[in-house]
Structure formats: C-alpha cells, structure tokens
Design a protein around this ligand. Structure first.
Ligand code: FAD
Ligand code: NAP
Ligand code: SF4
Length: 682
C-alpha cells in the first residue's frame, strides 16, 4: 500500500505512518496499542489514573488504543470483582478515559474479555467442565441457554461501550479465553449446536460478532482477536482458523487482530528471548484469505521491525502493547525520525505482567512512571543544585538523567570505561540482547539532558567536595564462598566468565541458582549466535511451526546441542529456579532442561580440588568432575564510599540507591525506580 499523506511521507517509516481508512472512520497510523491489564480497570476510583495513563499514550501518537479486558458479565470475570461492563452505572467512569484519549486524536476500543475457564473464581463457566492446568477452579459447563446468555452479554456490553464513548470494541477470541475454548476441540466436548464439528465450535464466536455488530451499528470498530496459533495440543487446525477468520469477517468484524498462544501453552510468546517479530509470519499466512485489515503482534518493539513487517505486506497494522508502557512517545519519536530516543521495551515482564499476577498495578522496569502518571512527575526543580552521582549502572543512570531533566547540574562518575554497570554483563546472556537498547537509550538521555559524564574515574571521598547532594549508586560486590578449595584456580566469579576473562572448561558447576546462576547457565550452554536473533532457529528449538496444517501449530522441538555439560546447584532444598519471575521462570527452567543441565537442590559443598567439586546430596558424597566452578552466590552492597565520607566528616547529604542501598533481591526494576524517585524529589 502506498502512503499518501505528509505524515506518512515525512518519516523514515512511511508504511507505519500511513493512515488506515476503515470506511466509516480513519486511523491516523498503523500503531494499535494492544490490550494490557494494568490493575486500574477494576475500581471506578482508579479511572482518573487510567485516563491519565491512556492520555499519555494517545498524546504520544498511538493510532488505535485497546483497553485492558472488561468482562461482559460476572461469570466472565478474570478474578473476583475484576473490571466488568454490564450494568448501566458502570458506564460513566469510562467517559473520563474516552474523553482523554479523544482529546489527543487517537481512537479507543474497549476490550471485551470473557475469561471462561481461566476465571480465577468459583463462578467460572466454559463450554465443557474441564479445569485449566493453570487454574485451581473447575468451570461449570454452560447449558444451551447459558451459551445464549453469554452471547447476549457481549452484545449488551458492546452497546454500553458505545454509550461510554468508545470508538469500538475488541472481542477477545484468543489466548485460551472463553471464545477460544469454544473453538478448540481441546476444551469443547459439547455435542449440541455449540460443539462437535468445526462449524459448530466456531458458532459462538460468529454469533457474538454478529450480535455485537447488530447492537452497535455499522459505524463502530469491531476488532476480533483471533487465535492464529494456539500452541497447545488439540488446538485449532489451520483450515479451521481460516474458516473462523472468514466467518467473523462476514459477520461484521472490521479488523482481525492476531492472538498467539494460550496462557497454558508451554512455548514463550512474549518473553525477551523470543525473537523480534517471530510470529508475524502467521498473520501473513492469513492475509490472502480475508479482505479486512489484519494486525501482527508480539515482540514488535522498534519502528524498523514494524516497518519491515508492514512493507513486506505481511499485515496492515502492528500491535504494540508493552513498548508503549516503556515509552508512551514511541510513535511520535518514530514518526519524527528519533528511533534512537525510544526507551525500548526489553520484554522482561518484571514490572508489567509479573505485577498483574501479584495483584499490583502494572508499571515498567525501564519507565517507572508507567501506571503512575498522576503521581510520579519530573517537574522542573525550584532550587537548582550541583549533584554528584557515583555509579553509572541502572540506578545511577536513572537518577542522573531525571535530575538533569529537572534542571540540576549533574556529574555522573563511573570507574568503568562505559556506562551501564551490570547491564553490560546482562547484555551478553543469550536471549538478553534487548539490554543493549536500554544502554543505548540512557547514553542518548545523558547527552540530551546534559549530564557531565566522567568515565574511567574511580571516585574517592575527596573527589566529592563542592556538591550540594551526593548520590551513591555504586552497586554491589559479588559474594565470595568459603568452603575448602574456594581459592582453587578453577573457582571463578560470574563476572570474570561473562566479561570473557576466563576460558571456561567443557564441564562446569554453577554455585547458586538465582537469576544470575540461571543466566550463566544459558551463557555456558550456548556458543555462537543466540537463537533469539534468528526466528527460524528459535521456532525449531521450541517446536513452533508457522506452516503447520495440524492442530495448535506445534511440532517436535529440536533443541540445539549444548556447548558444555553443566550442573546448576543450590543449597536450599527443592527445585532450583522456584523464586524466578512468575511469567519467565518456567522459560529459564525449560531452556536449561532442554540443554541437559542438571539442576540440583539441597547440595552441600564439601570442597574443590584438582578432581573437581565434591558435594553431598541426600546424604551421599559425590564428585562432580568439572574443570570450572562458577560462583553465582549473590551479592553484597558496595558502600566503601559512604564509610569514607562519614570518616571524613563530609556534611553534604548522601543518598544510597540500587545495590549500594540493599543488595538482597536487587534487580534493575528496583534500581531504576529508586533512582528516578530520588531524582524526582531532590
Ligand atoms: P550496578 O549495575 O552494579 O552499577 C554500579 C556501578 O557503580 C558500576 O558501573 C561500577 O563500576 C560503579 N562504581 C562502583 N564503585 C565506584 C566508585 N568508587 N567510583 C566510580 N564508580 C563506581 N536485573 C533485572 O532486573 N533483570 C534482569 O534480567 C537482570 N539480568 C541480569 C543478568 C546478569 C548477568 C547480571 C549480572 C545482572 C542482571 N540483573 C538483572 C541485575 C541488574 O543488572 C542489577 O540489579 C542492576 O544493574 C543494579 O544496578 P545498580 O545501578 O544498583 O548497580
Ligand atoms: P540471588 O537471586 O540472591 O541468588 C543467589 C544464589 O546463591 C542462591 O541460589 C543462593 O541459594 C546461593 N547462595 C547465597 N549465598 C551463598 C553462599 N554463601 N554460598 C553458596 N551459595 C550461596 O542472586 P543472583 O542470582 O546473584 O541475582 C542477583 C539479582 O539479580 C537477583 O535479585 C535477581 O532479581 C536479579 N536478576 C534477575 C534476573 C531476571 O531474569 N529477572 C536475572 C538475573 C539477575 P542457596 O542459598 O540455596 O545456595
Ligand atoms: Fe517491557 Fe519489561 Fe517494561 Fe514490561 S516491564 S513493558 S516487559 S520493559
């Protein structure tokens, strides 16, 4: 499609910024902000925050925004008292959201999501009485009248959405929620008019689309989210998916958005190790079969990725969800040729999805303002100060750039020759290549905000005279171990391994199975370019087949052979990795398992000698015949400077952030959040 307007021609990404004419309305560009639950949908009193959150994304240039999911009735709740739009009095709070978005020229659809058997409550319903493997609640099977009631609930909720000022709705038909449960034989064992053959299994979806269109009229956007890859056994077959797409188009859908993977699927779909644009090919596969616009999804986080997919004719729009949490200005920066200024989503899930699972408001590791737009603002400082920030890791970078943005004169010191702190190690882990983007973003921000950066400068207390505030962001020191032989040359720190300072043997034991132990495991089993940079290799490793005609899009996984034989050990009993992130821990465990890594808990370290590592497990002594032992035993705060400043009697206020403050359970989310919040009040 050839872009025609100025907006589309004055940009390096003309396909991305070509308007999309839907017949009765036009979207200003091809950026659809995908649905994300934020935790602000559930209570009317949070709607002013929700409105502010969406207003920033609309002001940043998104074309069409889709809200988080709202249930069409109580049985469709995702969780007890979750967001719902079924009663007349539930309409009014939404007007704040629609008004705020429209003021900035974007359009907005409300997502209608009926959780079905994924509902985390005892009222849940489904086509058949089959419990989901990821939910303790067993759903009630719907009667035929019950099915009719669900269809009617979708239609009436859509009408209420229109009343609330939405430009349309997105009907959630993927990810294994109720509609998807009807379409797939895995979850639909009915033999009435709503189950049995493929035609009857998709009737529920088609009826909902038809009735929503009937209830809302022709000039209302109806996005249907269709599962193009279920990634579960007994999911839909390709010919059934094509038939569903054609049927929902005929029933009145305006746009088809792609859905990838049920929540119970054991294939990662959005984690950082998933290659960029890994699933765009499945949207392209549908393209010749329908004439309405399609949306490609998942791991499209930079404008060039989006532009390439659009320019290749694979899709008509791209969905960006988390990338707009990370940077609300993403579309505007892209349109004006400032992709280098984008704060890129690194797909870590740590502050968005993990928060939602913990019933916390979703935010973003690289942008702590996300979800907190009404409360965390970087306003110009009333009193301009000279601020020294020691340490250019994530905490120091966030603190110095926010403080400088507010007008302070900031000097940032680091002993290393580059900014980034431990992120310079993290970026070397296969599957964590996105960390390069955060480093690039902060380098740009330092320049843009005018921070005086002094690299290669190990700071002593005497260097910190003449400042009004001192911020110590000096990070951590790796914890040492103290069993016999801990000083043997084969015992090395993860820092030396990741920095490439030691040649690691073919058999290795890793001591400590926290986040870093797992990362080092992935580093040691992978040699050569990471599959995360090569969609075809990555799909082969995980058993995903975009060309499959079979059910679910799955094939036999073909993990590449490991580069080394690895043991990953911890002293605590139980399964290593149990404390890793809720939404990503299983991926790290599965990756190492596929590479044959022996993950052992309840290990007592007896000592190291030339033969290897001697351990006791379940009361029996064993020798692990390794050539290296890599210590990943956690960290301690690096606070020498604080002690020195105190000893020198320096009166300047000193602040500790990041690892220098508390090393236990430190992650970049806390480091960046703490640095930003301190800078916001200095
Ligand atoms: P650091 O990043 O440690 O930075 C401290 C800086 O201070 C260093 O650059 C150091 O050179 C400098 N410094 C110290 N003393 C002085 C001095 N006297 N003078 C000048 N400079 C000094 N976190 C996540 O959230 N998600 C992940 O997926 C993740 N993966 C990781 C993978 C690996 C392999 C590693 C090693 C870490 C990972 N982390 C991850 C942890 C994350 O990187 C840290 O939590 C974060 O870097 C801590 O930030 P910080 O600014 O407190 O300290
Ligand atoms: P960690 O999570 O605290 O893990 C330390 C490991 O070392 C544990 O397995 C611990 O288990 C073991 N250990 C502790 N003291 C020991 C000792 N004296 N001798 C031997 N073993 C010891 O720390 P980390 O792995 O270094 O990670 C640091 C932080 O970075 C974490 O808080 C994490 O959040 C963050 N990070 C996150 C990710 C991510 O993907 N989200 C990735 C990397 C790092 P036992 O005590 O049972 O032996
Ligand atoms: Fe992306 Fe991580 Fe931010 Fe979530 S928390 S939006 S995954 S960078």
């Amino acid at each position: 499609m050839t872009p025609t307007t100025d907006a589309a021609t004055d940009t390096p990404y003309p396909h991305l910024f070509a308007p999309l004419d839907l017949g009765f309305t036009t979207l200003r560009n091809r950026v659809l902000m995908g649905s994300m639950h934020t935790g602000l949908e559930d209570r009317a009193r949070d709607f002013p925050r929700l409105a502010a959150y969406f207003a920033e994304r609309a002001a940043g240039g998104a074309g069409l925004i889709v809200t988080g999911g709202f249930a069409p009735n109580t049985v469709g709740w995702l969780k007890p008292f979750g967001g719902k739009l079924s009663w007349p009095w539930e309409v009014a709070p939404h007007r704040q959201v629609t008004r705020a978005v429209h003021e900035h020229g974007a359009k907005i659809c409300l997502q209608l999501l009926h959780a079905g058997r994924y509902g985390y409550h005892p009222l849940s319903v489904a086509p058949s009485k089959l419990k989901a493997p990821i939910n303790p609640f067993t759903p009630r099977a719907l009667s035929a009248r019950g099915v009719e009631r669900q269809v009617a609930a979708f239609a009436s909720a859509a009408a209420r959405a229109r009343e609330a000022g939405y430009d349309g709705v997105e009907v959630m038909g993927s990810e294994g929620y109720l509609i998807n449960q009807f379409t797939a034989p895995r979850t639909n064992r009915r033999e009435d008019a709503w189950g049995g053959d493929a035609e009857r299994r998709m009737r529920f979806a088609v009826e909902i689309v038809r009735r929503v269109r009937e209830a809302c009229g022709p000039d209302f956007i109806l996005v249907y989210r269709l599962s193009l890859l279920d990634l579960v056994e007994d999911g839909n077959a390709w010919d059934e998916i094509v038939a569903q797409a054609r049927a929902v188009e005929a029933a009145g859908a305006t746009i088809i958005n792609s859905g990838i993977g049920w929540h119970e699927a054991r294939v990662p779909t959005i984690a950082t190790s998933v290659p960029r644009g890994a699933f765009a090919g499945i949207t392209a596969r549908l393209k010749p079969h329908v004439s309405l616009p399609l949306v490609a999804v998942n791991r499209i986080n930079m404008p060039q990725v989006a532009e390439d997919i659009l320019a290749a004719g694979q899709t008509d729009m791209v969905s960006l969800a988390r990338p707009l949490l990370a940077d609300p200005q993403w579309p505007e920066k892209a349109r004006t040729g400032r992709a280098h200024a984008i704060n890129t989503c690194i797909a870590c899930n740590q502050a968005c999805l993990d928060h939602v699972f913990e019933n916390k408001v979703a935010s973003c590791l690289v942008n702590p303002r996300a979800g907190h737009e009404t409360e965390l603002n970087y306003l110009p400082a009333t009193l301009k100060k000279r601020i020294a920030v020691v340490g250019a890791g994530p905490a120091g970078l966030a603190c110095s750039t926010v403080a400088a943005q507010r007008g302070h004169a900031v000097t940032l010191f680091d002993a290393a020759g580059e900014t980034g702190g431990q992120f310079n190690l993290a970026k070397r882990i296969p599957g964590k290549e996105e960390f390069h983007e955060t480093l690039r973003y902060f380098r740009h921000r330092l320049e843009e905000t005018g921070v005086d950066v002094r690299l290669g400068t190990r700071v002593a207390a005497a260097d910190l005279a003449g400042f009004d505030e001192i911020v110590l962001a000096t990070g951590i020191v790796p914890r040492r171990v103290d069993f016999p032989g801990a000083d043997h040359p084969m015992v090395v720190s993860y820092v030396d391994v990741l920095a490439g300072r030691v040649a690691v043997a073919g058999r290795v034991a890793i001591i400590g199975a926290g986040g870093i132990g797992f990362d080092v495991g992935e580093f040691l089993v992978q040699e050569g370019p990471s599959p995360s940079l090569d969609p075809a290799r990555w799909r082969a490793e995980w058993g995903v087949d975009l060309d499959s005609d079979g059910r679910g899009g799955l094939t036999r996984p073909h993990p590449e052979p490991p580069a080394r034989e690895v043991w990953l050990l911890q002293r605590s009993p139980g399964r290593p990795g149990a404390r890793l992130g809720k939404t990503t821990g299983w991926i790290h465990r599965a990756t190492l398992k596929a590479k044959g890594v022996k993950m052992l808990g309840g290990v007592e370290y007896l000592g190291v000698d030339d033969e290897g590592l001697h351990v006791r497990i379940d009361g029996s002594e064993q020798l692990l015949p390794v050539g290296n032992v890599v210590v990943c035993a956690g960290q301690e705060p690096q606070r020498d400077l604080q002690t020195a400043l105190q000893a020198a009697g320096v009166a300047t206020p000193v602040h500790l952030i990041g690892g220098a403050d508390v090393a236990a359970e430190l992650d970049a989310k806390r480091a960046i959040d703490q640095g930003s919040r301190l800078a916001a009040r200095l």
